[in-house]
Ligand binder design. Structure first.
Ligand SMILES: Cc1ncc(COP(=O)(O)O)c(C=O)c1O
Length: 502
């Protein structure tokens, strides 16, 4: 195919050239009806490009196949048999993928480090999860994706599982041995779904971790807005092989997706694919070199440790890591990652990706340059100096340093206590009879809601799991220290939604 084409962008340009007059949504009619104060912030171009996909970008019957051609170009570019664009994020794509492999009351093997959107998929579908333990790094309090051996053992315990789902890279950038997991699945004729939300860039440079399609996965889901140049919410899911039928995957997406997809997102996806085919390797040569240098410079700052391959990769840990995710361990300091992230935003206008009880992380992409890297290093250097002052002058704290004082420490349970037993189907626990109880009384009760520290968005508790005091204390002390648990009914986690006993 001619990868220099960008069918969605071309059709949009033609729509404007031809001076089409819409008597259809969107009601703003290419911005003419938008409030000037809105236009002043968003710009005319956003509204001009916001046209209806059908009877707008393409004709009433989509006879020109604009979207189909753009998707086929994407599939060819990344070596998949089919690619599907979605405007509802990987949150929707991953559910479509799950539903194309298993149905209500059927089993799916799922790495327990899955994102909350996967758990939402379990709740909505009634799929029974057979959880596969990630690899816990008990020293660093961090999980890496499960191994192929763990999936092998899970299939032995659940031979009726319809397939498997693994998340890689994790939001911390660590990757599983996907080829080995695919082999375990395919030996049983079962498909492998990869939640590669953090890996949309992987196909475009040989120095990045292996791309799921190259490793033999059947379906893989990417969020192009995360590491690529997609607009927020844009996602592409890819399919290859015979184990999942394209018409089934498409029908599952149709079940969940919007009937009003945003053409802006399609256009950005289309342009991103062309940009990557033409310039991806050079852009990631540059990004990887910048990441190398930035990692070195941040490592030189007092009191911080940048996690590298020695920390994250090897037996019992991850198979690979994405160096563009710069994970910065600040446990030598007296503050949590939450405090550090807030301070960096307040004082340096630096916004970080993950903040947890002992880490902060900075995501670099092909869009970063020496200037943004310098801003990060300068901000972290000042934070390190403030932190040293804080340690040296405990009694004489200026306001600026007071903000950095740590609150109560977060009580982190050992891995064995973090893994709760799934005693009920997530769907039944979520939709059944529930009650709200004080957190101290939730020990031993069955969770009826997700409790998810965000980011990274991996639920500490899933509906249907039996809560224990350690996980509850982790969440409570976490919230006190700055953790955000947005999906809980009571986001302060002073009370918890549980299944009613009677
Ligand atoms: C591993 C993983 N999967 C899926 C998602 C959902 O992606 P989206 O935000 O594109 O809906 C996320 C979001 O952070 C994620 O981290």
């Amino acid at each position: 195919m001619d990868q220099s084409k960008a069918p969605v962008l071309d059709a949009l340009a033609e729509y404007h050239e031809k001076g089409q007059t819409p008597f259809t949504p969107p009601g703003h009619k290419q911005g003419k009806g938008a409030d000037p104060r809105v236009l002043a912030v968003l710009g005319d171009a956003v509204f001009r490009a916001d046209v209806l996909a059908v009877s707008g970008l393409d004709d009433r019957t989509s006879s020109r196949g604009v979207l189909e051609e753009a998707q086929a170009l994407m599939a060819e570019a990344v070596g998949a048999d089919h690619a599907f664009f979605s405007t509802c994020g990987s949150s929707l794509s991953v559910k479509s993928a799950m539903l194309s492999v298993a149905g209500p009351h059927e089993k799916l093997l799922v790495g327990r480090d899955a994102h909350k959107s996967v758990v939402s998929g379990l709740i909505l579908s009634g799929i029974e999860p057979a959880w596969v333990d990630p690899q816990w790094d008990a020293e660093r309090h961090l999980a890496h994706p499960p191994t192929a051996e763990a999936f092998e053992a899970a299939f032995a315990d659940h031979p009726d599982a319809r397939g498997a789902l693994v998340t890689t890279p994790t939001p911390y950038g660590t990757c599983s041995d996907l080829a080995a997991i695919a082999e375990v699945c395919h030996r049983r004729g079962r498909p492998l779904i990869v939640d590669e939300a953090w890996g949309a860039h992987l196909p475009f440079h040989p120095g990045l971790p292996t791309w799921a399609m190259d490793a033999g996965a059947d379906v893989c889901v990417t969020s192009v807005h995360k590491m690529g140049s997609g607009l927020e919410q844009s996602s592409v899911f890819h399919l290859q092989g015979e184990l999942v039928r394209p018409e089934v995957l498409r029908s599952r997406e149709d079940l969940l997706g919007t009937t009003s997809p945003n053409v802006l997102m399609y256009a950005a996806l289309d342009g991103w694919r062309r940009q990557m085919v033409e310039h991806g390797e050079a852009l990631y040569d540059h990004a990887l070199a910048l990441a190398r240098k930035t990692r070195e410079r941040v490592s030189g700052i007092d009191g911080v440790h940048v996690n590298d391959r020695d920390d994250f990769c090897g037996p019992g840990r991850a198979a690979d890591m994405d160096p563009l995710q710069i994970i910065i361990d600040i446990s030598a300091w007296e503050i949590t990652g939450y405090r550090a992230a807030d301070w960096l935003r307040a004082h340096h206008r630096i916004n970080l990706h993950i903040a947890d009880h002992r880490r902060i992380s900075a995501q670099l992409t092909h869009a970063d340059d020496a200037g943004t890297a310098e801003a990060l290093v300068a901000a972290l250097t000042e934070l390190s100096e403030r932190q040293t002052e804080l340690s040296n002058h405990r009694t004489d704290l200026s306001d600026r340093r007071t903000e950095l004082r740590s609150g109560r420490p977060v009580e982190i349970p050992p891995p064995s206590r973090l893994r709760l037993d799934q005693v009920m189907l997530p769907r039944d626990a979520f939709f059944g009879r529930t009650e709200q109880v004080p957190w101290e009384k939730a020990d031993g009760r069955i969770a009826a809601e997700m409790l998810t520290p965000y980011p990274p968005g991996i639920p500490a508790a899933v509906p249907g799991e039996r809560l224990n005091g350690d996980v509850l204390r982790y969440l409570r002390t976490g919230v006190e220290a700055g953790m955000v648990v947005p999906d809980a009914v009571d986001t302060a986690v002073t009370s918890v939604r549980v299944v009613r006993d009677t």
